[in-house]
Design a protein around this ligand. Structure first.
Ligand SMILES: Cc1cc2nc3c(=O)[nH]c(=O)nc-3n(C[C@H](O)[C@H](O)[C@H](O)COP(=O)(O)OP(=O)(O)OC[C@H]3O[C@@H](n4cnc5c(N)ncnc54)[C@H](O)[C@@H]3O)c2cc1C
Length: 422
């Protein structure tokens, strides 16, 4: 096995010749990878491994662009182990100086809405998103011009204005907030299932199977092996295996780290609608709060009650490194106590609310929390897609579009997602 450094030395050399090629190419807008370019009109075959937010949408876009696509997943789209599992995910465009994410969030929201209409399923709920900031507001200040540029509507609200609008929240320690009226939350596992249903209806093939990549030789992956021993072949392969990327390719183990994350759902008093999505937006608290008895600064966010489920709250702080296959998914008493301590402060009337549901999930963190979209360093027909890092779900439709363009040779992937930065 080559060292990671040698692998990336190789990839850098290959990229430098590709860059030179692109510079000398007079074909505006065309993205051709030497002789390997795939014309979108020819029916190129692609196998996508992983039917989560990233793989599912990638497969659907590839299909819609004319490719013959097989989608594979070990346990199914948005399964109980997958990072895309569970009930809901936030969609917001406040992203600090991350222009690419603000733009993708805006595009993704458009695609979620277009497709839910097409499928006649409700996946997006426009509850609004309230992003609260403390004394260090550099992230939020950087976000505002990029939101304007991306055409995302927002209001800048003082803590006093927020207090008037949402008296259920205690705004102590908050200097001001960004309110995105058109954002909200998405259905998570139901969203993945809807994408699979559309993919099947539009002519894609789906199989539930665990795979291992076939032999890598001559800068190509030669097929993928199913658990049954069957070998499947295609022109290109997309590995969108979420937190399992480091298991599928050992060189990715130090690059994509799965961390344990806990999610709590608290029950409101009977008939109390103040914490439901009709009266409260999705919220994020960037005041980096310290909690008595719980070390470090905390970054809580939440989704108001919906579909008669509880009020969701989670700490974005990264937990312990885990194995997504074997992890026991039981919450910790410390995690629950910290969530309660936070609730008591920020949502005082929920301080004694009972826990009605919980989940343990994992983030699949890249080294800098940015996404990954790049060739396998030793196989130009294979793509690595992942690194959602706790914020990937919303982007599924927009990121999948970018991935499909890259795989079909239609548009170069953004440099921000290259592997050799990790
Ligand atoms: C608690 C929590 C809260 C989050 N909150 C938000 C949020 O509010 N907003 C947001 O935008 N994002 C959020 N995220 C992040 C987001 O959910 C993830 O970044 C995103 O879902 C990752 O999707 P994925 O397709 O890369 O991975 P996954 O959904 O994990 O999909 C990977 C798939 O690959 C399959 N697979 C793996 N190995 C193999 C193999 N060898 N063979 C076959 N199949 C295989 C798995 O079964 C799995 O279905 C959150 C994540 C968590 C855990």
């Amino acid at each position: 096995m080559k060292s990671i450094a040698r692998i990336f030395h190789g990839i850098r050399q290959a990229r430098s010749s590709r860059r030179n090629f692109l510079k000398s190419s007079a074909v505006a807008g065309a993205y051709l990878i030497g002789s390997r370019a795939l014309a979108s009109s020819s029916r190129s075959s692609v196998i996508v491994v992983g039917a989560g937010a990233f793989g599912g949408w990638t497969a659907l876009h590839l299909l819609r662009k004319g490719a013959k696509v097989t989608l594979l997943d070990a346990w199914g789209p948005g399964n109980s182990r997958a990072s895309s599992g569970g009930e809901t995910r936030v969609i917001r465009a406040t992203y600090g100086s991350g222009r690419i994410y603000t733009q993708m969030a805006a595009r993704a929201l458009q695609l979620w809405q277009e497709n839910e209409q097409r499928w006649n399923v409700k996946l997006f709920s426009r509850s609004g998103v309230l992003w609260m900031t403390g004394s260090d507001d550099s992230y939020e200040r950087a976000a505002l011009p990029l939101m304007t540029e991306a055409g995302v509507r927002f209001e800048k609200l003082s803590a006093a204005e927020c207090g008037k609008r949402w008296p259920q929240i205690n705004f102590d320690g908050i200097s001001w907030s960004v309110y995105e009226p058109d954002s909200g939350y998405l259905a998570a596992r139901r969203g993945c299932e809807a994408v699979l249903n559309a993919f099947l209806k539009e002519g894609g093939e789906y199989r539930q199977a665990q795979i291992t990549p076939g032999l890598t030789a001559s800068n190509h992956i030669h097929g993928i092996k199913l658990g049954s021993g069957e070998l499947l072949n295609a022109d290109s392969y997309v590995f969108a295996c979420g937190p399992w990327l480091g298991k599928v390719f050992s060189f990715l183990a130090p690059i994509v780290t799965p961390t344990r994350q806990e999610v709590f759902f608290f029950g409101t008093a009977a008939g109390d609608l103040r914490f439901n999505d009709a009266q409260l937006p999705v919220w994020g608290d960037d005041s980096k709060r310290e909690l008595d008895g719980f070390p470090g600064k905390h970054w809580f966010y939440g989704i108001p009650g919906n579909h008669w489920r509880g009020f969701k709250i989670a700490d974005d702080t990264r937990g312990a490194v885990i194995d997504p296959t074997t992890m026991e998914r039981e919450i910790s008493s410390e995690g629950l106590a910290a969530a309660r301590a936070y609730l008591r402060f920020r949502f005082p009337s929920l301080g004694d609310a009972p826990l009605v549901e919980s989940r343990v999930c994992q983030y699949e963190n890249s080294t800098d929390q940015n996404f990954i979209l790049d060739h396998h360093p030793e196989a130009e027909n294979a793509w690595i897609v992942g690194g959602g890092s706790g914020h990937g779900f919303k982007h599924g439709p927009a990121f999948g579009e970018i991935v499909s363009d890259a795989v079909l040779g239609l548009k170069a992937p953004p440099v921000d997602f290259k592997l050799d930065r990790c």
